[in-house]
Design a protein around this ligand. Structure first.
Ligand SMILES: [Fe+2]
Length: 510
């Protein structure tokens, strides 16, 4: 780290009440692993966790934090494994087939549009939560094979003297911290509810969030209270990284926000020219000619009336005309590409999730011209055998509030949490308006090969147990709202996945 950076780290930790000792300076000078902001966030988080007493932090603790940082960084590098397209030299692929020669096969596995309850009288969420509980309990039970899961009602009969060990599966009704810093959960199943104490040192504690379903093995501490010894999450699922005998690419983008004054028209135009092989060097063109699928995770247009005062930020105030523009751009995508998209919270469909596909007549003219898949949000498609789960990602706002500081605004980390929970958006009553359906469409039952989200306007990639997580960015410049929320978007980037070997690339147009 440079002196200027060290100074900033010292100032920021001091602001929080921690003084780093002078012996730490040479250690910090030799440290050059990450960007400054991540280092500062990590330091503050670990110092707060350590509950170290006294103002001056012990050198041993500084050493420990630096080692943790190094380890974390190594793991992150290992997980990411993506490259900038410009530096990539393909090897090992013999056939020079292009996407034009490949017919491809897309099956829509699950699209909520077809099943959504239209006007039936369902006024509560009980059916949705029972459906979630039963399906996730099955997944957890299959993971803890041989261990008998008891109903919460039946545990109430055990007294504290027995210290009986039991296993339950419950939905987290609430999570709070005790004065000692441990967590107190209230878990519910179909028979009753129970308090569960989770020690603050259990690493799993950080991943628990309300309305998620978890398994707990523990001992009855007193009547109606369980001391957790092991926490079982339904995920992350394991799946063998998919392989495919062809070098064919999927391109992932999101959050175009066409109609907004901040839409990056010039850059999007460049992207379209690149898809048409009118830009880029020979190496890139070779890859681009093999892109067969374009997948867009919602917010195709900026919409109207999405937030107060939006009209002042719109270049086009008529939503129909915004979609006309979208269609105009999509018509420029080479015809041999299949386009798949879902709506986001700015698109023309109901806001509550699961969202049905975008109102048909806005998209109709595009359908007449080419093969497109306009699906609901979230949806699952199988593309040449690859199971792809596409979700706009409104819940990323919720995940941000439960993720540790250094993982905030890293949407790929939120996707990792979704896979641990086997659920895209468990939290009820927060940022995601949920519809009271009787089937939980956000549940991740069958492990996908690829999960794509958008919404946060920040790109990210990660691999979790053979699953490729793609957080797509945006084609909109930083908005005032994002500036206020301290969100730094990464606009103008397309991510490619080589279906031959799951390699991920980024290409920037800004
Ligand atoms: Fe969005």
């Amino acid at each position: 780290m440079q002196n200027k950076e060290i100074k900033e780290l010292l100032a920021k930790t001091a602001e929080k009440g921690y003084l780093l000792p002078s012996e730490a300076l040479p250690l910090l000078k030799n440290f050059s692993e990450m960007n400054l902001k991540s280092i500062i966030d990590f330091f503050i988080e670990k110092l707060q966790e350590s509950q170290s007493r006294g103002v001056v932090v012990k050198i041993e603790l500084v050493e420990k934090i630096l080692n943790l940082l190094k380890k974390e960084n190594r793991e992150e590098r290992k997980e990411k494994g993506r490259e900038e397209i410009e530096t990539f030299l393909p090897e090992g692929f013999l056939q020079e087939e292009t996407a034009k020669d490949w017919d491809g096969k897309i099956e829509v596995e699950l699209d909520p549009s077809r099943y959504i309850n239209r006007g039936e009288k369902i006024t509560d969420f009980i059916r949705l939560f029972i459906n979630r509980y039963i399906r996730l309990r099955k997944i957890i039970e299959s993971k803890i094979e041989g261990r008998e899961v008891e109903d919460i009602e039946d545990i109430q009969k055990y007294s504290s003297q027995e210290r009986k060990q039991v296993t339950i599966v419950g939905m987290v009704f609430s999570k709070r911290k005790s004065l000692k810093g441990n967590y107190i959960l209230e878990l519910e199943d179909l028979t009753g509810s129970i308090k569960v104490i989770v020690n603050k040192n259990m690493a799993e504690a950080a991943h628990i969030i309300p309305d998620q379903v978890i398994g707990v093995k523990g001992r009855v501490w007193k009547k109606g209270v369980l001391n957790a010894e092991v926490i079982y999450f339904p995920g992350p699922p394991r799946t063998k990284p998919k392989t495919f005998e062809r070098e064919i690419y999927m391109a992932f983008i999101s959050d175009l926000h066409i109609g907004s004054k901040a839409f990056l028209q010039k850059e999007f135009q460049k992207f379209l020219e690149w898809l048409n092989l009118k830009r880029g060097n020979e190496k890139e063109k070779r890859i681009v000619s093999k892109i067969k699928y374009l997948i867009i995770a919602g917010d195709l247009v900026d919409g109207v009336g999405v937030y107060p005062g939006q009209e002042n930020e719109l270049m086009e105030r008529d939503i129909g005309k915004q979609y006309d523009l979208f269609i105009k751009y999509m018509k420029k995508v080479p015809n041999y590409l299949d386009i798949i998209f879902v709506p986001g919270n700015h698109d023309a469909t109901r806001l509550s999730e699961p969202q049905p596909s975008i109102i048909h007549h806005y998209i109709e003219p595009l359908k007449e011209e080419r093969r497109i898949y306009s699906l609901g949000n979230p949806s699952r498609v199988v593309i040449d055998g690859y199971k792809v789960l596409i979700y706009h990602g409104k819940s990323l706002e919720d995940w941000n509030t439960v993720l540790p500081r250094r993982k905030r605004n890293k949407p790929e980390e939120a996707i990792h949490e979704m896979l641990i929970s086997r659920h895209l958006s468990p939290l009820y009553g927060s940022n995601v308006p949920l519809a009271p359906e009787s089937f939980d469409f956000h549940l991740i039952e069958d492990p996908p090969d690829i999960v794509q989200t958008g919404h946060l306007h920040i790109n990210g990639e990660k691999r979790v147990n053979g699953i490729t997580c793609i957080a797509s960015g945006t084609w909109q410049r930083k908005t005032i709202y994002q500036a206020e929320m301290n969100i730094n978007p990464t606009p103008g980037i397309v991510q490619l996945v080589n279906m031959g070997n799951q390699q991920i690339f980024r290409k920037r147009f800004l």
